[in-house]
Write a protein that binds this ligand. Structure first.
Ligand SMILES: NC(=O)c1ccc[n+]([C@@H]2O[C@H](COP(=O)([O-])OP(=O)(O)OC[C@H]3O[C@@H](n4cnc5c(N)ncnc54)[C@H](O)[C@@H]3O)[C@@H](O)[C@H]2O)c1
Length: 434
């Protein structure tokens, strides 16, 4: 059984199924298909399936040229028919892991995927969970769902966890360049998963079990979230002490060891940093341990959007204007630069608050044409001298590359720069930095 699957992987005849064709699943599917495997993507969103069939990419990091070529050669297929899971030799789960309103992990998507696999399970399959989740998910959720079929894990069926580390918008490190971590339920599961990923990824690192692999990802993202909270806190402190946090970071990062720069901003966003540390602290609490630093970091980061709103109010006040009735033009609504992902973006909280305070709100984002804030549908406006000049305040929330910042500086009355993207215009009195 093991050797059969190994040789199928080796000669690329193993059928690979990927559940969830989003920011993680589609690049991974394309990578396996490019390596010569026949890959079937499974998604519940019909629109995504039809895009793949038409050879169109909806993820900026994946080119439509690649999708078109692979779809027309039959190497990349897409379906919502879960019965075909039975034909897969390898199944990789890349579904969302959001938080519930109560700030508890929502693993319902993982559960649904596991149920679909279980309904179509057959001997000899390798199942890998890639969704970011708390330590124990693979053992406590996936294993009981699939292990109840009389199939012995490590002999008839192989189960592993391998965290996805893709960084959307990062032109330097793509899926294939980022070392992959794997941990299996048994050593054989680990080895098989390692062998699978080594077909498309240069470096694969094994850890002792699935819980360790799950924890690696949470360490990485919690490390970022906590350090961002520290720098956000220091930005607020510097503001009180009349110091420029950006200047301080630039100087500190000249130290060649023992320091790594993190930057303040309007708040965390995306599917990872606002959620993943909470998965960890929730699980730690279940074990009777309070992860206080992680909770505090989440609290500090979640206050940043409100701090930005206060900053806008103060800056307008200096110009003898009230926020109520003022025209505010937001630049960038995605949670980070050069991507089109607005999930959990701090722009949502900031713009919601501006609307609540009756500002007249507009936005420009080169990558997002429509944006909904509290039921109000907004459309990205053109970045023209007139649109900028007629605004009382321009607020830069995302530092996209493809924006004419000189035009903004030349035409605006007041600018709140939350990303220090205008650093070359130092000393300009209409620019207020975070
Ligand atoms: N986006 C990132 O930068 C990133 C990076 C590393 C890890 N992750 C993790 O990877 C996982 C996926 O994130 P993402 O950003 O790709 O999410 P996404 O929302 O972009 O994609 C998930 C896809 O899964 C589909 N889906 C949901 N339930 C399904 C089901 N039962 N069957 C089939 N398809 C289903 C959705 O329709 C969607 O297309 C999450 O756990 C996330 O935390 C994300």
């Amino acid at each position: 059984m093991l050797n059969e699957l190994k040789s199928k992987i080796k000669d690329k005849t193993a059928n690979i199924g990927i559940i969830g064709l989003g920011y993680v699943g589609l690049p991974l599917a394309v990578e396996f298909a490019k390596a010569g495997f026949t890959v079937t993507g499974f998604d519940t969103e019909e629109a995504k399936i039809s895009h793949i069939k038409k050879g169109e990419s909806y993820i900026p990091d994946v080119s439509s040229k690649d999708v078109k070529g692979l779809a027309s050669s039959g190497k990349l297929q897409a379906t919502s028919d879960k019965k075909s899971l039975n034909k897969m030799d390898v199944i990789i789960i890349c579904v969302p892991t959001p938080l519930r309103k109560t700030k508890e992990p929502d693993i319902s998507f993982i559960l649904a995927a596991a149920e679909d696999i279980n309904a179509n399970l057959r001997k000899g399959q390798l199942i890998v969970l890639e969704s970011t989740t708390y330590p124990g998910t693979t053992e406590e959720v996936i294993l009981p769902k699939l292990g109840g079929n009389g199939l012995k894990v490590g002999k008839d069926l192989y189960i592993a966890f391998s965290p996805e580390r893709v960084d959307p918008g990062n032109a330097k490190y793509k899926t294939k360049d980022i070392p992959k971590i794997v941990g299996g339920i048994t050593d054989i599961c680990t080895e098989l998963a390692r062998f699978l990923y080594s077909q498309i990824i240069k470096e694969v690192i094994t850890v002792s079990n699935t819980r360790a692999a799950e924890m690696v990802k949470l360490l990485e993202n919690t490390f970022r979230a906590v350090n961002i909270a520290l720098i956000n806190e220091l930005a607020l402190a510097c503001n009180k002490m009349d110091l420029d946090i950006w200047e301080i970071i630039d100087a500190a990062k000249t130290k060649p060891f023992g320091f790594m720069p993190f930057f303040p901003g309007p708040g965390l966003g995306g599917h990872c940093l606002p959620c993943d540390p909470i998965y960890l602290s929730w699980k730690a609490r279940n074990h009777g341990f309070e992860a206080r630093l992680i909770e505090l970091a989440a609290e500090i980061n979640s206050r940043m959007p409100h701090y930005i709103v206060d900053k806008i109010i103060d800056a307008l006040n200096e110009q003898k204007k009230a926020l109520k009735g003022s025209k505010v033009l937001v630049i960038g609504v995605t949670y980070k630069k050069d991507i089109n992902d607005t999930r959990e973006s701090p722009a949502l909280t900031i713009m919601d608050s501006l609307l609540e305070k009756e500002a007249k709100l507009q936005y420009h984002d080169p990558l997002v044409s429509d944006f909904q804030v509290d039921g109000l549908k907004l459309k990205s406006i053109d970045l023209t001298k007139e649109n900028i000049g007629s605004s009382d305040c321009v607020v830069i929330l995302t530092d996209h590359s493809n924006v004419d910042y000189k035009l903004i500086v030349d035409s605006a009355n007041l600018i709140i720069d939350t990303r220090n993207v205008l650093k070359e215009f130092k000393g300009n009195s209409k620019i207020v930095k975070l």
